[in-house]
Design a protein around this ligand. Structure first.
Ligand code: HEM
Length: 148
């Protein structure tokens, strides 16, 4: 199996990068929807539209993309376990674990908005919008530049 994975390593890397692009698109867009959703009145058509957009973005794009990113990343580790001892990969994986934790927090907030129970202001979600962008920058620099 390791032999087959090594022979198709570039395919795994390509599929990994495709899945992280989809995942990051959702991680950067969903908090933006939360920002505008805080300005929509509970029970309004506008609020109902945001609920649908948030739920579909999470369920149809972000969840499958996150699972695919972990799957193809994991298969690359199987093909090349030595990567696990690289210091840059340790920093990268710390970033990935933070990103995955944030993804789950977003999932909770989708449910809170769906139940009209959001009490947080737009400013909170604007700040939350910046965090995945910062984590993504660190992850990509680690993965591509391998600085240490
Ligand atoms: C979700 C869990 C993840 C795992 C287990 C994982 C694991 C890996 C592994 C093992 C490689 C191959 C490294 C190499 O051969 O040098 C890789 C490459 C890469 N990863 Fe991830 N990764 C994950 C998430 C992410 C995320 C969230 C991003 C970006 C936001 C990312 C960006 C990259 C990039 C850009 C490469 C290609 C590096 C290159 O080809 O030079 N990864 N990843």
């Amino acid at each position: 199996m390791q032999e087959i994975l090594s022979q198709h390593y570039d395919w795994l890397r390509a599929l990994h990068i495709i899945s992280i692009i989809a995942w990051m698109a959702g991680m950067l867009y969903l908090p933006r929807l939360f920002v505008y959703h805080t300005e929509a009145e509970n029970g309004s058509n506008k609020s109902a539209t945001f609920k649908t957009m948030e739920k579909r973005l999470l369920k149809v794009i972000m969840n499958p993309a996150m699972i695919a990113a972990w799957l193809f990343g994991g298969l690359m580790f199987w093909a090349n376990p030595a990567l696990m001892s690289e210091p840059w990969m340790h920093v990268k994986l710390l970033g990935v674990i933070l990103m995955t934790g944030l993804h789950h927090a977003y999932g909770k907030w989708v449910k809170i908005f769906a139940a009209d129970e959001n009490v947080r202001e737009a400013k909170f979600y604007r700040i939350m919008n910046e965090i995945p962008a910062g984590i993504m920058v660190v992850i990509v620099i680690m993965a591509v530049a391998e600085p240490f």
